[in-house]
Structures are given as C-alpha cells and as structure tokens.
Design a protein around this ligand. Structure first.
Ligand code: UDP
Ligand code: MG
Length: 140
C-alpha cells in the first residue's frame, strides 16, 4: 500500500558542515511536508541495525562508523509519490553521478559521505520511520 510518506536522514557530515538548514529548505521547496523531525546521535548498534541489509557489503563497517560519528537529523516526509520523488530530489548514491540540482550533487562529499538518506520503497519507508519515531512523535 502506498503511504505517500518517506523517511530521510541528514547524515553526520552534512549536519557537522552546517548544511542542515539548506538541505531542509530544498526538501520543503521540493514539495515535501515534514511530519516528524529530530536530531539524534545513533549508537554503533543502531547504525548497524538500520543498515543491516548491507551487512555483507565491503563498505558496511565504514558505513556504521560514519553514521554513528555524529548527530543525524531524522525526518518523516509526506508528498504524493514520496519515495520516488524524494529519490529524484536527492540524486544518485555517488555525487559524481548525481544530476545537477539534486541534494547529493550540491552537498555530498563522496559516495560514502553523501549528505542524505532516502528510503527505497514504501515498505522500507515504514520500517525506517518506525525505527526512529514513535507514533506520538508524528504529526497527523
Ligand atoms: N555506500 C558506500 N559505498 C558504496 C555504496 C554505498 O559507502 O559503494 C554507503 C552510502 O552512504 C550509501 C549507503 O551506503 O548512501 C547505503 O547504500 P545504498 O546502496 O542503499 O545507497 P542509497 O540508497 O543511500 O543511495
Ligand atoms: Mg539505500
């Protein structure tokens, strides 16, 4: 079932670089409504669990270290066709391949430190939102 919601994180290097506001502006200007938002420090265990699907990939250890290296900003976003439209707004995983005008093209520093996360399906958007937020933290 399409929920018209997606989940994002502004990743640690983008928060540390002071681009939280600029990225949030791009999200709002892209037509997304923020339904939940918080600044959060992930533990290694939490980062490892969030990215468990990548456990066998060579970059998993570095990804877990990176995602727990400083605070992230987690958000639940709402828009028609939210998952696909948000993936379009953020651009390709590797900023070298990301289209002009996308968040990763503008703010990612590498394929690993790529500024933002975006859910890849409605099912994962729901799972990832529930990982970070309780129901009472989400506005109606
Ligand atoms: N990643 C990495 N090296 C790679 C591929 C991915 O460090 O070769 C990191 C990067 O931070 C990416 C995350 O792992 O955002 C999750 O990878 P995925 O393939 O799901 O990319 P995404 O869905 O974030 O575009
Ligand atoms: Mg992914």
């Amino acid at each position: 079932m399409a929920t018209n919601r997606t989940f994002t994180m502004i990743k640690p290097e983008a928060v540390a670089n002071g681009t939280t506001g600029k990225i949030t502006d791009m999200i709002i200007e892209g037509g997304f409504k923020i339904k939940a938002m918080k600044l959060k420090q992930l533990s290694k265990e939490e980062a490892g669990e969030f990215y468990a699907v990548h456990k066998e990939r060579p970059f998993y250890g570095e990804l877990v270290d990176y995602m727990s290296s400083g605070p992230i900003v987690a958000m639940i976003l709402e828009k028609d066709n939210a998952v696909a439209d948000f993936r379009a707004l953020i651009g390709a995983t590797d900023p070298a391949e990301a289209a002009e005008g996308t968040i990763r093209k503008k703010y990612a520093t590498s394929k690993a430190e790529n500024a933002v996360h975006g859910s890849d399906s409605d099912e994962n958007a729901e799972i990832e939102s529930n990982f970070h937020f309780d129901a009472e933290e989400v506005v109606g």
